[in-house]
Ligand binder design. Structure first.
Ligand SMILES: [Zn+2]
Length: 214
């Protein structure tokens, strides 16, 4: 969910800035539409690619750690039992109970790997995350955020479209800020106005640059 909210935020801020940058340069409506569409597709694809690579790298790293753990459980079961018992003792579990728990975790290779992976690496071997799903989620989230300021340009043009982009962009940025407050625990108003300020700043800078260069 958090990645999705950030994805929507990235799509919104980068595309509202791009669109207003072109509008600031008085580009014809066809050009603004094209720029908005290119921004949406290029941004969504690069976000998805980035997310795919980072989650793929993370899962490969964890898979390697799991393979090492599986190997060690097979090669040195006694040492692994002592290690796990030590982890439980450090948590304040009675030494005898800790030893018994560590021994019983070796009942089957799957249970042993799952227990050691959870206690030593902090992961559940069954859910290392899917790079494809993460990439798809990023693609959709970015595209959702990016299409919002673009829609007005398919309905109207000129200053009406600029105003509409700014209004729907602001409302969405505000909404994203409220959603983020759910994760950060910050004040909803603070988070919403901060998100609005960030989007306004980014769009303002690109509009100015578009105006100066245009
Ligand atoms: Zn272990």
């Amino acid at each position: 969910m958090r990645a999705a909210v950030f994805g929507v935020s990235d799509g919104l801020v980068s595309n509202v800035s791009l669109i207003l940058g072109f509008a600031g340069a008085s580009a014809p409506v066809e050009t603004v539409r094209l720029a908005g569409l290119a921004g949406l597709v290029a941004g969504a694809v690069s976000m998805a690619a980035g997310e795919y690579i980072s989650v793929r790298a993370q899962t490969e790293l964890l898979q390697r750690e799991l393979d090492l753990e599986r190997h060690s459980l097979h090669q040195n079961p006694e040492q692994e039992i002592r290690e796990l018992a030590l982890i439980y003792r450090r948590r304040g579990i009675d030494p005898d109970v800790a030893d018994a728990m560590a021994k019983s975790a070796m009942a089957t290779p799957e249970l042993a790997l799952e227990t050691h992976a959870r206690e030593e690496i902090g992961v559940n071997p069954a859910s290392l995350g899917s790079p494809h799903l993460a990439a798809l989620a990023s693609f959709v989230a970015f595209a959702l955020g990016a299409i919002i300021p673009l829609i007005p340009w398919y309905v109207t043009a000129g200053s009406a479209a600029i105003i509409a982009s700014v209004v729907v962009g602001s409302i969405t940025a505000f909404g994203v800020g409220l959603a983020l407050a759910g994760f950060t625990g910050r004040s909803r108003w603070f988070s919403a106005f901060r998100q609005l300020a960030i989007a306004a700043f980014a769009a303002g800078v690109t509009t100015l640059v578009g105006h100066l260069v245009g």
